[in-house]
Design a protein around this ligand. Sequence first.
Ligand SMILES: Cc1cc2nc3c(=O)[nH]c(=O)nc-3n(C[C@H](O)[C@H](O)[C@H](O)COP(=O)(O)OP(=O)(O)OC[C@H]3O[C@@H](n4cnc5c(N)ncnc54)[C@H](O)[C@@H]3O)c2cc1C
Length: 407
Amino acid sequence: MADYDVIVIGGGINGVGVAQAAAAANHTVLLLEKQALASGTSSKSSKLIHGGLRYLESWEMGLVREALLERALLLRLAPDLVKLRDFNLPVYADMRRGPALLYAGLSLYYGLSGFDKSARFSTVARENWGSLDGLRTDGLKKVFRYHDAQTDDVALTKAVMQLAIDLGAELICPARVTRIELAATGSEIVFHDGRAEKTVTAKVCVNAAGPWANSVLDHVSPAVPQQQIELIQGTHIVVPGKIKQGCYYLESRRDGRAVFVLPWQGQLMVGTTETRYKGRADDVQALRSERQYLCSVLQYYFPEYAGLSAADSSVSDFAGLRVLPGGDSHVFHRSRETVLHPDRPIAAGAPRLLSIYGGKLTAYRITAAKVMQHLQSALPERRACARTDELPLSPVDDSPIGCELLP
Ligand SMILES: Cc1cc2nc3c(=O)[nH]c(=O)nc-3n(C[C@H](O)[C@H](O)[C@H](O)COP(=O)(O)OP(=O)(O)OC[C@H]3O[C@@H](n4cnc5c(N)ncnc54)[C@H](O)[C@@H]3O)c2cc1C
């Protein structure tokens, strides 16, 4: 008899989302997190709850539509955590994407949202360009204004975990999973809690270790196949200053990449880069070249930052890792779909271990719902005690969830 129906490895947004969904489905759940909730990628994101306008270029319509629907739901369920923001999208004469293309993209974005009023867009009248936080106006042809949402990724992760705990889930943190032994059905999970090694059993285990997913699979016995992945580093810088007219969606003149300038905790957050990463996931840190790149985009579009140096100690940074499917194509063209990878084909039996690769902060709830569908054959039937698309989410002020938290 297993200790738990579901054991989740990793307390990032995907792990806590699965813990919440499993607890709502009335299963016994334990989440094991090695360091702190949201200490991995889920504290290093751009903090956007969005459809992902730029993914329209790679024709990922399903992904964008799904994320827009989740955005609408989170705006309703978590009004204190997810806020709608104005996004300014300036179009310059020398930009790769002209006004007609951007108009088409924004119209499609609006359509994919189900013509939700939060996805309506407009243009900023020329006489108001002077109020756009010092935005460069020479060569400016048009400024579109659309809406997306912003959150605090750490606060969102904590809030989802708290809700999971309220529904009966348990959390151990720190708890580093060091070994997984698969049995004919279910698995035995060995973890270290900083003092001693402990063992727990589960009917099914969910590997939500983000960029560490394959490191977790390295310690599974008997060995299971791993998805071929690539880790892509994304860096943000945080710069003193204030913007008052919402967020800015800019295009780097060097390589055409989208770069956001966002208000963040009374400062400006600028990001992100995309750099292939080969090291250990624990060691990721911003590169000097990335700081320089982001600084120069900011300085070009907001000339009042011309005096800022990427080396200034007032410029802080953070870097996280995206998990993308491996392959030869350019990272911009790699699918952003979340991959759910069971330890064995369905024909060979119910999954004992399911790994989550990739995903979006925005889509954590729907990802968790898909995980639960995959786990159905491994779990006993239970009568659900809640629905995750109806549960309101509130910020957790202190740390009642008994886990070391990021500052
Ligand atoms: C630069 C960047 C910007 C992004 N911006 C956005 C955005 O604006 N909006 C959006 O929707 N998405 C965004 N994303 C995507 C989103 O942030 C990620 O998809 C999401 O945070 C991944 O969460 P996760 O739970 O899978 O992984 P993580 O947050 O990395 O969590 C994995 C957890 O597993 C733990 N762990 C690892 N190994 C073990 C072990 N052996 N035992 C126990 N615990 C373990 C880690 O400590 C970690 O806490 C961005 C991603 C990046 C990289």
